[in-house]
Design a protein around this ligand. Structure first.
Ligand code: C2E
Ligand code: CA
Ligand code: CA
Length: 640
């Protein structure tokens, strides 16, 4: 009589029980992979329990009736083989991103039916197991068939897994590989010494790894609002696409939510989201509400109960009811968009990309109309992706060009400075305006590298020409907000200037008000270091932001650049002219040098000269031009 060592199975049963309890305690997102996983947990636990029970019943055939002994063994065999089958279905499901093909369905269900028939009929056919006349447990002639079926399916699934491994993340690969290696080890150990029952423990570890890394319910929940989160939303979309189902979404964000939580505190902000989520769940059901990010929510419209218009007006009405925070009544306005499928999207990512883009655009333009998300959002998003790719390539190849726009000195009547402006010409997209790609470089963390390339090119240019002969006193270089937030901005700029032997006086840095508002401390420290070395600063785009007088006083700027949006209206409108002339007068009183940008004709030039502007920049004098044309331009100027 074999003395089985079944303590491992008890340990496996304990682990599986804990996992089942944990799983049931959380509100689980009803995805297919969750259902499959839960099925696997239950079936594995059943297999382990029946395994242990069958060891006892087989050891005590004299006391246990044959029919009960046979039944226990049948249940064990069915649950054990069922586990192998379900494991295969689970792996097929994750490797094919939720699509179980018809062929796979047919193979798996045929195996299930065949195994069930073989096991269910064994009391009569004795094909799988039986108890002989001495009540000794024996394997029937077809017993081996169960192994062959399960193992061939397993091998097929592993091939599938290997072929489609690109669809899996590292945790999924880890779980499947560990399980396979451990199973081979367990089978080998059991072959060498069949007293060790460790297959159950291997399964338990697999289920544990999967729980921790993949099927953890917390990954699908937004802890703050107790709503399903973006992962769950992505899974839902995957499932809709896999099944080829129609669906409609209403997605919205609260306008100014960031502002609300900044002014009222982040606790008040999350309170607001909590209440809103509670209402949405109560109104549309837990499984239809997703909290995506910030104040963005998505609702899957259950068209049997609701209409899209009904959902939209309900959300508007709900947010339009004054919301109380700290005894203050707040009215919230949403930006709402709708998504229909099938419509424009070919993949689930198309839907999420288009939603992100549309909501972003709507909240920056404070759009209050409901917008139907369309393929054009996707085109823009795709263009953005291409531009980001073009920026990366240009960084890698240092492909950016720097153009120079000469600036006219109205007192000395010469062009003694210029603004360096970046140019990007991509082989596929053609010329891309900096107004389009600079914000994308900022958003994607590439602007610091871009800024450094521009700065190096400017320094290389200055070191390569005779600046004195050409009459260049300094070049104005744009600094983006993100660059100004860098603690080491000054030191890296000074290092580059040193490398090219450029005196810091040759550089004037242009910064905007936004840069000052983001991190004034770091900016001021950097500014003083550069000032001490001899560089100077301009306040760019004056008149486009809040134009707070504060920054004119607190930041050490010698030049203020008045934006074209102040100049152009002034040429047509008297009140706008009053603003322009008073702005100029105020800046002069503050002892600032003034540059006006966007000077396009002689009328603008003479008006500005009469108002006492120090420098003029614009197409009237020259467009931004490449280095050699800039030098030609300067060489043709009469020397004064
Ligand atoms: P900005 O700093 O305000 O630069 C002035 C923009 O006005 C330039 O556009 C210039 O070509 C344009 N401009 C100059 N005179 C006239 C005129 O008379 N009429 C009209 N219609 N436009 C005129 P550009 O080169 O397209 O640059 C756009 C923006 O991109 C810049 O605005 C700046 O914010 C950013 N940028 C350009 N180069 C760089 C750079 O190297 N680094 C950073 N961070 N930003 C840059
Ligand atoms: Ca500028
Ligand atoms: Ca400007």
């Amino acid at each position: 009589m074999v003395e089985y060592i079944f303590e491992y199975e008890i340990c496996a049963a304990a682990i599986m029980t804990v996992l089942i309890i944990l799983f049931l305690m959380k509100h689980n997102y009803p995805s297919t992979s969750n259902k499959l996983y839960f099925g696997l947990l239950v079936l594995d636990l059943a297999a382990v329990i029946f395994d242990v029970v069958s060891i006892f019943t087989i050891a005590h055939t004299d006391k246990v009736p044959v029919w009960l002994n046979t039944l226990v063994n049948m249940l064990y065999l069915w649950s054990f083989n069922g586990c192998a089958l379900l494991f295969c279905v689970y792996v097929i499901f994750i490797t094919k991103r939720g699509v179980i093909t018809k062929a796979n369905r047919i193979v798996c269900s045929s195996i299930l039916v065949l195994e069930t028939i073989l096991i269910a009929t064994t009391p009569f056919t004795k094909l799988i197991i039986y108890f002989d006349e001495n009540r000794i447990y024996s394997h029937g002639p077809a017993f081996i068939l169960l192994y062959i079926l399960s193992y061939s399916l397993l091998i097929y699934v592993l091939i599938l897994f290997f072929l489609h491994r690109k669809n899996l993340n590292k945790y999924q690969i880890l779980a499947v590989v560990t399980f396979t290696v451990a199973t081979i080890a367990a089978v080998t150990i059991q072959m060498i010494d069949n007293r060790y029952l460790i297959q159950g423990l291997v399964s338990a570890f697999f289920l544990l790894i999967v729980y921790v890394s993949l099927q953890n319910p917390d990954d699908y929940m937004d802890k703050k609002t107790d709503c399903f989160n973006r992962n769950a939303f992505n899974d839902t979309l995957d499932a809709f696409f896999a099944k080829g189902e129609k669906f409609t979404l209403v997605v919205f964000t609260i306008n100014d939510f960031r502002y609300i939580s900044r002014v009222l505190g982040s606790a008040a902000g999350s309170d607001l989201l909590d209440n809103l989520a509670m209402y949405l769940i109560y109104r549309y059901g837990k499984n239809n509400v997703y909290h995506l990010i910030s104040s963005n929510f998505a609702i899957v419209v259950d068209e049997e109960k609701e209409t899209v218009d009904g959902v939209i007006s309900d959300i508007r009405e709900h947010l339009n009811t004054p919301y109380m925070i700290d005894n203050m009544e707040i009215l919230l306005t949403p930006c709402i968009c709708t998504v229909y499928h099938p419509d424009f999207a070919e993949t689930p990512e198309d839907i999420t990309d288009a939603i992100d883009y549309t909501l972003n655009e709507m909240s920056s333009s404070q759009d209050s109309e409901t917008i139907r998300v369309s393929g054009s959002a996707l085109d823009i998003k795709h263009r953005e992706n291409k531009i980001v790719h073009a920026i990366r390539t240009a960084i890698h190849n240092e492909d950016f060009m720097v153009y120079y726009q000469p600036i006219f000195d109205t007192e000395r009547l010469c062009f003694n400075s210029a603004e360096a402006l970046i140019r990007l010409n991509d082989y596929e997209l053609g010329f891309i305006s900096p107004d389009e790609f600079i914000p994308l470089a900022e958003k994607n963390g590439l602007i610091v590298e871009v800024g450094e390339i521009v700065f190096r090119k400017v320094c290389r240019f200055l070191s390569s020409c005779d600046t004195e002969k050409l009459g260049i006193k300094y070049i104005e270089v744009n600094l983006s907000v993100v660059q100004c937030m860098q603690e080491n901005l000054a030191s890296s700029m000074l290092e580059i200037m040193q490398e090219y032997g450029i005196s810091p006086e040759m550089i004037n840095f242009e910064i905007t008000e936004t840069s000052a508002s983001v991190n004034e401390n770091a900016l001021t420290r950097n500014m003083y270091r550069l000032l001490e070395s001899g560089s100077s600063f301009s306040m760019d785009d004056y008149g486009t932001g809040f134009s707070t007088a504060n920054y004119l006083i607190s930041l050490p700027m010698s030049i203020v650049k008045i934006d074209k949006s102040i100049l152009w209206p002034a040429m047509k409108d008297e009140s706008a002219m009053t603003i322009l002339s008073h702005t100029i007068a105020m800046l002069k009183d503050l002892d600032k040098k003034i540059v006006v940008e966007g000077v396009e004709n002689s009328e603008m030039a003479s008006t500005l000269i009469n108002l006492g502007c120090d420098y003029l920049q614009g197409y009237y004098y020259s467009r931004p031009v490449p280095e050699n044309e800039y030098i030609d331009f300067l060489e043709k100027q009469p020397i004064i």
